[in-house]
Design a protein around this ligand. Structure first.
Ligand code: 2U9
Length: 373
């Protein structure tokens, strides 16, 4: 209500004041009744009633009294003031009776709770089997004193390939084809961005940032232009490890990985190492473990061989150390040596949990994922 919308009093006789205040009281009582009805849908109905009449600034009582008192002849002011006080008491009584009356039966019934009903069962979250396997692998190495590193999934050509001994144009790059960021012709070839094909760039960055000794594992997501099938996905997870110190030997590598495989698959598991090739290690090896399904006797899973190939490893190639030495001269291959290894997390999770389709990990099907809760 604005001050303009308040009617002027035609005159200040007692009869006309009686009439004006009777009308005000009638309005107030009918608004109070309406507020009471509205209360079920509008919990603020009574507060709005109070503010509308008794509010300090916008309340009608104040506005009307100041307008009428201002224009009243001096002899009518006393009577007018007393009537305002009486009307204020009516308004306060209306409000007090309402606020004391509480919510209606219907409102109480609507929010009643039947405590005899069973509770709502909420699904608790659980680690995804890939995350769980990745963490398990990492903790095996953490217990051997390895620290854990992470790094960018979008990498430069230098860290992903060149520093890992895949020179530009070298055919070894074809084994790890990947997506590259478009429109980078103005950048130097070594600075062009791509989705990393392995987590090795993080090991290289670690060596650049600290002198030896280094013992570190890097878990993470990697990307390769590989066709998806039952056991391959173009996006997968790896854990790679790097150990650099004085006098690190191939025996240390064998002992470390033999221990890790026993920790992951059980103490009866055996390991064996076969010559292999990776650009970043020399010599390199593929590691097999005795078949965890048949204990080495030969079964369908191990194609009757008793062995399953699980990871790759090798002694860090001196050429890789030479790239690190550009920033940290202590990586002098004449003074230090190191081993590195890499494993696919999906492959290990599939072995541990007897899963035959890699796509199950990514489908988000609760019937599959619920088994790991
Ligand atoms: C630095 C130097 C050497 C990491 C290594 C492998 C062997 C390997 C594969 C296993 C299955 C990749 O996920 S997979 O397809 N990895 O066989 N990775 S040695 O060598 C490094 C890493 C960093 C500085």
């Amino acid at each position: 209500m604005t001050i303009e919308s308040i009617p002027d009093l035609p005159e200040y006789s007692e009869a006309s004041l009686d009439n004006a205040f009777a009308l005000l009281e009638r309005d107030a009582r009918s608004e109070a009744a309406a507020a009471h009805l509205r209360l079920e849908n509008d919990p603020d109905a009574w507060e709005n009633f109070r503010l509308g009449w008794l509010g300090r600034k916008q309340g009608r009582l104040n506005q009307i009294s100041s307008k009428w008192l201002k224009s009243a002849p001096p002899e009518a002011r006393k009577s007018l003031g007393m009537r305002f006080n009486a009307f204020k008491a009516v308004l306060e009584a209306l409000f007090a009776s309402a606020s004391g009356s509480g919510p209606s039966d219907a409102a109480l019934a609507a929010e009643a709770i039947d405590i005899t009903l069973p509770g709502t069962r909420r699904l608790t979250g659980a680690e995804h089997p890939i995350t769980r396997t990745l963490n398990e692998i990492v903790s095996v190495f953490a217990a051997l004193g390895y620290s854990v590193g992470v790094g960018p999934e979008v990498e430069t050509d230098y860290y992903n390939f060149e520093s890992m001994n895949f020179p530009p144009g070298h055919p070894a790059r074809d084994t790890q084809d990947t997506l590259v960021v478009a429109n980078q012709d103005r950048r130097q070839p070594r600075d062009r961005l791509l989705l990393r094909t392995h987590t090795s760039p993080v090991q290289m960055r670690t060596m650049e940032s600290q002198p030896p000794p280094v013992r570190i594992v890097i878990p993470g997501k990697v990307h390769r232009n590989d066709a998806a099938d039952a056991t391959h996905s173009p996006i997968f997870h790896q854990v790679e490890g790097l150990c650099v110190d004085t006098n690190v030997t191939f025996s240390d590598l064998k002992g470390t990985l033999d221990h890790a495989m026993k920790a992951l698959f059980g103490s009866s598991v055996k390991t064996r190492f076969f010559p292999s090739f990776f650009p970043f290690t020399e010599p390199s090896a593929d590691v097999q473990i005795s078949c965890i399904f048949c204990g080495g006797k030969g079964c369908r899973k191990c194609k009757q061989s008793g062995w399953i190939e699980l990871l790759g490893c090798g002694m860090v190639d001196p050429a890789v150390f030479a790239f690190a030495a550009e920033k940290q001269p202590a990586y002098d291959p004449k003074k230090i040596s190191g081993f590195a290894f890499g494993m696919g997390v999906e492959r290990i999770a599939m072995m541990k949990y007897g899963i035959s389709e890699i796509g199950q990990f990514y489908a988000g099907d609760m019937r599959f994922l619920g088994q790991f809760a």
